[in-house]
Design a binder for this molecule. Sequence first.
Ligand code: HEC
Ligand code: HEC
Ligand code: HEC
Ligand code: HEC
Length: 500
Amino acid sequence: MSIESSVSRRPWLGWVLFLGTVVVVFLIGLFASTIVERRTEALVAYTPSTDIADREPRNEVWGRYFPREYQSYLRTRETTFRSKHNGSGLVDALAQDPNLVVLWAGYSFSKDYNQPRGHAWAVEDIRRTLRTGGPLDGKSGPMPNTCWSCKSPDVPRVMAEIGPAEFYRGTWAARGAEIVNAIGCADCHDPRTMNLRISRPALKEAFERQGKDITTATHQEMRSLVCAQCHVEYYFKGAGNYLTHPWDKGLAVEDMEAYYDAYDFSDWTHGLSRAPMLKAQHPGWELSRLGIHAQRGLACADCHMPYETQGGVKYTNHHVQSPLANIATTCQVCHRESEAVLMANVYERQDKNLEIRAAVERELVHAHVEAARAWEAGAGEAEMKPALTHIRHAQWRWDFAVASHGASFHAPLEVARILSSALEKAFQARLELARVLAAHGVTGPVLLPDLSTKEKAQRYVGLDMEALRREKQEFLEKVVPAWDRAAAEREKGYGPRPPQ
Ligand code: HEC
Ligand code: HEC
Ligand code: HEC
Ligand code: HEC
C-alpha cells in the first residue's frame, strides 16, 4: 500500500508525518548550532597564561606552550606537495618561463626568482637568492634593509628597539646578524592573550592615511589582516626606503598605478626599452577582496589555516600551504563536491588566466625588443615617451595579476580583467613603436632573439651569472655563519628561558 492511498483513507496521518518532520528538522538545526558554538567555545577557552616576552622572536620558545600549533608550523618546511601550477618546493620561475628574464631586464629579478614556499624558509631563501648579492664585508649589498620586513619576527623586535624609520635605513646585509628567525608566532600574536595582532607599522599607517583604525577590525577580518602585513603591494618610499603601501587613491590596480604616476615613481629603468618600470610585489590581499569568497566573508585562514582536531582538542593548523593539499579540511567544510571536482574548478580558473597571461608576455617581450631597436635606429626621448608609458602600464598590470600568488583562483574575474587591459596596452605600445621605427627607416619586423632557455635569455640581457654565483657561494660560506654565531650569542641574553 502506498503512502498516498493510506493518507487519503486516514487524513490525520498527513499531519503526523508533517509534525514529525518539523521536530526532526528542529533537532538537526539544534545539533548543528551546538557544533558551531562548541567550535568557538573550544577556541575562546584556550588562553593559557605564559611568560613569553612581548617580542620573543624564537618560535621554539612559544612552541613549549603551544605544541600543536608549533608542530604544525614546523611542517611549513615540507617541500613535497605539488599542485598543477603551485606547490611547496623550490621552483625556478625563470627557467620555467625565460620571458621573465627579458621583462625584468636591468632589475634584480632577472637574476633569480623562485616560486614561494613555506614560511619556515623565509630567512634562508632571502639569504640564498642571487637578488640580494653576496657582500663579503657583511654590510653592503644591493638591497635595502626594508627587504627583511616580511621575513621574520625579529623585525618587530628590532623595530621596537630602534623605531621603523631607522630600521628601514641602510642595506639588508647590515642587519644580517639580527634577522635570523623565520616568519613565526610574534608576527601574528600577542603573547599575553594570544590574540591576533598587527606587528607591522606599514599596514597600520596605510589604514590611518585612509581614515581607518585597524584596531577596530573584527576577529574574522583579523584572520586576513595578519596575512595582509606581507601578502600585499608595497614600495620603498624616498631616500630612507620607508616601507609604504600605495593605497591612498584606492586598492584597485588603476588606483595604485595613478598613485605611482602622480609621484613619477619607478623601481627601475628597463635594460632594453629604457621604460620607467614598476615592479608589483604581491597584492594578494587586495585582489582576494574582489573575489566571491572574500565577498561572502571568508578569511585567508579559512582556506590556508583550517581547524583540525587532535586527541579531542580543536586547534588551528599552522601549516600554511596550498589548500589543495588538504581539500577535506578546507574546501569540503563548505562544498559537497568531490575532491576531483573542486580541484578541477581551481585548475580551470588558473588555466584560463594563464592563457591570457602568456599572450601578454609575448606582446610585452616584443615591445621591449622593438623599443631597443628604435633607440638603436636613433629615436628621440619625446618620440618614445607614449610607447614607453604604455609599456610601463602594461607590465605593471601584468605583474600585479601574476605576482599575486593564488589570485587566479582568489579573484579569477578581476585577474582576467587586469590581464586583458595589460594586453590592450601592450598592443598600443607596439602600435606606437611601429610608427617610430618606420620614421627611422625600420619597416620590416624586428626579430626576437632565441629565448628558449633561462641561460640564453640571461646572456641576451647581459648578465654574468657565473660571477654572481661565485660571489654568492663565498658569501654563504664566510658571512652567513658569522651572522648565525652573533645571533646565537645575542639570544643567550634575550627573554626568559623556556620552561624545562
Ligand atoms: C601568519 C600568522 C600566524 C602565525 C605566524 C602564527 N599564527 Fe597562531 N594563529 C593564527 C590564526 C589566523 C589563528 C586563528 C585565530 C582564530 O581563529 O581565533 C591562530 C590561532 C592560534 C592559537 C589559538 C588556538 C588555535 O589553535 O586556534 C594559538 C595558541 C596559536 N595560534 C599559536 C601560535 C604559535 C605557537 C605560533 C608560532 C609557532 C603561531 N601561532 C604562529 C595566525 C598565526
Ligand atoms: C611576516 C610576513 C608574512 C606573513 C604575516 C604571512 N606570510 Fe605567507 N609568505 C611570506 C613569505 C615571505 C613567503 C615566501 C617564503 C619563501 O618562499 O621562502 C610566504 C609564503 C606563503 C605561502 C606559500 C606556501 C607554499 O607552500 O608554497 C602561502 C600559501 C602563504 N604564504 C599564505 C599566508 C597566509 C594565509 C597568511 C596569513 C594567515 C600569511 N601567509 C602570512 C610572508 C608572510
Ligand atoms: C567557509 C566556506 C567555504 C570554503 C572553505 C570554501 N568555499 Fe567555495 N564558496 C563558498 C561560498 C559561500 C561561495 C559563494 C557561493 C554563493 O554564495 O552562492 C563559494 C563559491 C565557490 C565557487 C564558485 C565561484 C565562482 O566562480 O562563481 C567555487 C568554484 C568554489 N567556491 C570552490 C572552492 C574551493 C576549490 C575551495 C577550497 C580551496 C573552497 N571553495 C572553499 C564557501 C566556501
Ligand atoms: C576559498 C579558499 C581560499 C581563500 C579564502 C584564500 N585562498 Fe589563497 N589559495 C587558494 C587556492 C585554491 C590556491 C591555489 C593553490 C594551488 O594552486 O595549489 C591559493 C593560493 C595561494 C597562494 C599561493 C600558494 C603557492 O603555493 O604558491 C598564496 C600565497 C595565497 N593563496 C595566499 C592567500 C591569502 C593571503 C589569502 C587572504 C587574503 C588567501 N590566500 C585566501 C584558496 C584560498
